[in-house]
Write a protein that binds this ligand. Structure first.
Ligand code: SF4
Length: 379
């Protein structure tokens, strides 16, 4: 079973923290859709069509800048080329693009999971992040969603923003919870050097929040959502039981996925099942429109040791964690003595539970990145 990721590289404006690939000019949208359909057709009879597609994810950029007809045409091309056993077809949307008619058009096209990029309802924070939508639009899109046929949806929220108080975060969470979401992604704001926010931090115009503040935000998110029956199942992802994301869960468990569109990454196990290849399409819309998707860029061959390290990084960010037996059978990986002592220490400090299955606790997930760095540098 594999996943398909479709990158839609258009945005109305640049959010201050974003380092995804997108362009803000909109005139090539139909040319892009035509080229994407050519890229999909070019996969016919390839190794990528040998297993059924279980999930499709429209990400970006802003997929909701496409019309429902364009989304339908892309899905038709996918159905023509791939064998499908689809559990989930997600499309990321921004609040300012959502209307009743649009949601109904997407539903008819086959989208069955809406991912709503709310981030916050607070007007100052939305302005600070340079989001294209207003607080009113954020509220309105959830009302439209609630009245629509989409019963499966997820809402994105950001915490750890400079100037974001616990009260503002709590109000955002309260408002989202009024809509009874089955799934929430809550991301801690990361400051990437090449973004507008990164440059302002470098110039000393903005001070990032203290670690303790971010840690308080994290606690509030985990506890508040848990009280509403929405459990953390990955560092940044929360779901009611049974509503965990299929597509992202497949990434974390190293299933094959194929990325289409400029800047999209792919990962595919090689025939020997003892190595895999990762590559991406170049992040350049003009080149993409000239057919450069035919070339794989940044192609990387991964051996079992690379894959084991990656699986550790991905798996230990999930609540489910990793099975030692599986690590051994699939990756020929066993923890060394140093790592076992380190894991033991984490367990004594309440940050991990180790046994046949190793997983981080809430306290461990809070500092997952530093734990993972420690662990992999001990190999
Ligand atoms: S809408 Fe999404 S992809 Fe576009 S700039 Fe904002 S965060 Fe980045």
């Amino acid at each position: 079973m594999s996943g398909l990721y479709i990158h839609i590289p258009f945005c109305k404006q640049a959010c201050s923290y974003c380092d995804f690939y997108f362009v803000t000019r909109q005139q090539n949208k139909q040319d892009f859709v035509d080229e994407l359909i050519r890229e999909i057709h070019a996969k016919k009879d390839s190794v990528f069509t040998e297993e059924p597609v279980r999930s499709i994810y429209f990400g970006g950029g802003t997929p909701s800048l496409l019309t429902a007809e364009q989304v339908n045409a892309i899905l038709d091309a996918i159905r023509d080329v791939f064998d499908t056993d689809l559990k989930e077809i997600t499309l990321e949307m921004n609040p300012d693009d959502v209307s009743r008619e649009y949601l109904s058009g997407l539903k008819s096209a086959g989208i069955n999971r809406a991912s709503m990029g709310i981030q916050s309802f607070n007007p100052e924070l939305l302005k600070f992040m340079n989001r294209a939508h207003t607080s009113e639009e954020a509220m309105k899109c959830l009302e439209i969603l609630e009245a629509s046929e989409f019963k499966v949806f997820t809402v994105d929220v950001i915490y750890g923003n400079p100037g974001q108080s616990l009260e503002i975060l709590e109000q955002d969470l309260d408002t989202i919870l009024e809509f009874n979401p089955p799934h929430i992604s809550a991301y801690s704001l990361t400051i990437e050097p090449q973004t507008r926010l990164g440059k302002q931090v470098k110039l000393g115009r903005i001070t990032p929040p203290e670690d303790d503040t971010v840690s308080d935000h994290f606690d509030l998110v985990v506890d508040k959502l848990a009280a509403a029956g929405i459990q953390q199942y990955e560092v940044s992802n929360y779901a009611k039981p049974g509503s965990e994301a299929v597509h992202n869960s497949n990434y974390w468990s190293h299933e094959n996925y194929l990325g289409l569109g400029p800047g999209a990454h792919s990962f595919w196990w090689n025939e020997d099942q003892a190595s895999a290849t990762r590559w991406k399409n170049r992040s350049n819309l003009n080149a993409y429109l000239n057919g450069d998707w035919k070339e794989q860029s940044e192609r990387e061959e991964l051996n079992l040791a690379d894959l084991a390290e990656e699986r550790l990084m991905l798996g230990l960010r999930t609540k489910k964690g990793l099975e030692k037996k599986k690590l051994k059978s699939t990756y020929h990986f066993e923890f060394n003595d140093r790592q076992l002592r380190y894991l033991q220490k984490l367990e004594e400090n309440g940050r991990a539970e180790t046994g046949e299955r190793i997983h981080l606790t809430k306290e461990g997930l809070k500092i997952a990145d530093s734990i993972l760095l420690d662990l992999i540098t001990m190999t």
